[in-house]
Write a protein that binds this ligand. Structure first.
Ligand code: TRP
Length: 328
């Protein structure tokens, strides 16, 4: 079985865009690949964050992942900071990564502009930590959204450079571009659904009526039907495709084509479909979070499994780079 690695940040307020873009794909993939899924808490501190909330967010995300169908007996689910070899490898890779390449990363440029309190080296080195996450497990495949393709290309570059300097140890990973369509903000369908824009998203822990209300309020740009859809209506169809049966989608598409679609019907059906998918996840998540000790045990078991693999790679890497002293 090929090995897959992917990571998700514990930044709080996971929404249905994250669910469709990453989590649901992971749930499918865990049965086809040897999967490692990582809650990347060290990545979360590259921008301003609240230390008091970090742990809670990690557990929250873990519960959401398990409630969504990640089976910790099938996939290895763990927290990045539980496996210190990630940061150890990051340092070594930092020494063979060009500053110019890091400064050219689109996400670094965007995020550094938004950092009011100053831009720290961790933000620039973010992609090196991401490369270490992947390479330390010699993962062959990495499911990512399109915004991470550039980081993955850099990972491949770092692996090539490492191999040419120190010997063939780190395989170049391939991206799997997740096929979920981009989910746009409900209140502004020209920008991406985002947890930092109030009213733009449906959170995984929204209750049923909140979900219904948010869909009812979604922008629909009522233009003439039949032709090309405006961004708001298109976004509702994207969500409908993700959450409803295909016959239902086809019916609404046909209605749109012959100009008889009532947006209130579309929204009602969509709201119910989302509720049906999200409510059971929300309930399971609450059950899991009610027993935090058990959850931590699950994550620890995942970290132990991951750490065995990480240690092996680190031993090879240290040896190849000339570090012959033992790790005590
Ligand atoms: N940077 C990724 C994101 O924000 C998260 C991530 C960290 C990741 N390490 C990774 C994704 C390794 C894939 C592989 O989405």
């Amino acid at each position: 079985m090929q090995r897959v690695f992917s990571g998700i940040q514990p930044t709080g307020n996971i929404h249905i865009g994250n669910y469709l873009g990453a989590i649901r794909n992971w749930v499918e993939m865990q049965h086809q690949y040897e999967s490692l899924f990582c809650i990347v808490d060290y990545h979360a501190i590259t921008v301003e964050y609240e230390p008091k909330k970090l742990h809670e967010r990690v557990l929250d995300l873990a519960a959401t992942l398990i409630a969504s169908g990640i089976d910790p007996n099938t996939a290895t689910l763990f927290v990045q900071s539980s496996v210190p070899e990630h940061t150890e490898l990051t340092w070594l890779l930092t020494c063979i990564t060009s500053i110019g390449a890091l400064e050219r990363m689109t996400q670094f440029k965007d995020k550094s502009e938004r950092q009011k309190g100053g831009v720290f080296a961790g933000l620039m080195n973010y992609p090196v930590l991401m490369a270490a996450d992947i390479l330390i497990y010699k993962a062959e495949l990495v499911p990512v959204g399109d915004d991470q393709i550039q980081h993955l290309e850099l990972t491949r570059e770092i692996a090539r450079r490492f191999n040419s300097l120190f010997g063939e140890i780190l395989p170049e990973p391939q991206p799997i571009l997740t096929r979920a369509a981009r989910v746009m903000a409900l209140n502004d369908p020209t920008s991406k659904m985002s947890k930092s824009i109030e009213g733009s998203y449906i959170a995984m822990d929204d209750d049923d009526d909140t979900i219904r209300k948010k869909i009812r309020r979604a922008v629909t740009d009522p233009g003439p039907q039949g032709g090309e859809m405006g961004p708001g209506v298109k976004n509702l169809f994207t969500l409908l495709e993700a959450f409803a049966e295909s016959e239902v989608v086809e019916q609404f598409r046909a209605d749109y084509a012959n100009q008889s679609l009532r947006y209130s019907d579309l929204k009602h059906t969509l709201g119910e479909a989302i509720v049906e998918a999200i409510a059971p996840i929300r309930e399971r998540r609450a059950e899991i979070l009610a027993k935090p000790d058990q959850l931590i045990e699950i994550l620890n078991a995942g970290a132990e499994r991951a750490r065995k693999l990480a240690r092996q790679t680190m031993a090879e890497v240290r040896d190849a780079m000339g570090f012959k002293m033992p790790v005590l």
